[in-house]
Ligand binder design. Structure first.
Ligand code: CA
Length: 236
């Protein structure tokens, strides 16, 4: 059986919080309820949540501020705001800050449950497509990330600007991590079989690549294997 979905309820009106807890448990979710803003954010940070129900008017810090903090650490978790009837500004601010949805108090429990289900389902689909995308397009090695779709390269958080040839060379090294590649292999696979240039061109491009994605950092990933060629690996 699937692990129960974890829902965090931040709501200072205990009756409402209690009612939500009962209904959500009945639907098969695991819930935690918190009555104040500070504790609400702390509890969020300490846990692993599938969805957050967030009241706006709270003692401590407001739901809007909690949302801002949640989104600075987590862009993906669905957040549904519980708002007072006339608080249009709060709704707008909340949606601008990345809330997924809101319900206006007093709400119909069925409507709220339907929204919870919908957002949990949507998040599941997003997770699946994230995984597929990663498998298809992203090559990783230690601190390096190369996206073949967008042709972006990162080392840690730094974006590395590469020319098309440098990009292809790095992609080939990444696909063959820890395998020693000789110059002819690199030339054939990166420049193409119809390339009749000198194999020295490989050395030149390896140097360009190192200057951009290795030299500025502590650890070197591209290693020269004397008399053979190059290998992408961790130091040692
Ligand atoms: Ca409240």
């Amino acid at each position: 059986m699937d692990k129960k979905k974890q829902i965090l309820i931040v709501e200072d009106e205990e009756k409402i919080a209690r009612l939500l807890e009962i209904e959500l448990s009945y639907e098969g979710y695991e819930t935690t309820k918190v009555y104040d803003g500070f504790e609400g954010f702390q509890t969020f940070i300490d846990g692993d949540w599938d969805l957050v129900l967030l009241d706006i008017m709270l003692p401590g810090i407001s739901g809007i501020e909690i949302l801002r903090r949640i989104r600075s650490t987590n862009k993906d978790v669905p957040v549904i705001l519980l708002t007072a009837k006339d608080a249009i500004e709060d709704k707008v601010a909340g949606l601008d800050l990345g809330a997924n949805d809101y319900v206006t108090k007093p709400f119909q429990m069925e409507e709220l449950l339907a929204r919870v289900r919908a957002h949990l389902r949507l998040r599941e689909q997003e997770k699946k497509s994230d995984v597929v995308e990663e498998e298809e397009d992203v090559l990783r090695f230690e601190e390096l990330t190369l996206n073949e779709q967008t042709r972006e390269v990162y080392r840690k958080e730094d974006s590395i600007e590469l020319t098309p040839r440098e990009f292809d060379l790095l992609a080939y090294l990444l696909k063959n991590e820890k395998i020693v590649l000789n110059r002819e292999q690199l030339l054939n696979n990166v420049w193409g079989y119809d390339y009749f240039g000198d194999t020295n061109v490989v050395d030149v491009y390896i140097r360009y690549l190192r200057n951009k994605m290795d030299k500025p950092y502590d650890k070197q990933y591209i290693h020269t294997v004397r008399g053979v060629g190059y290998v992408l690996k961790d130091e040692q």
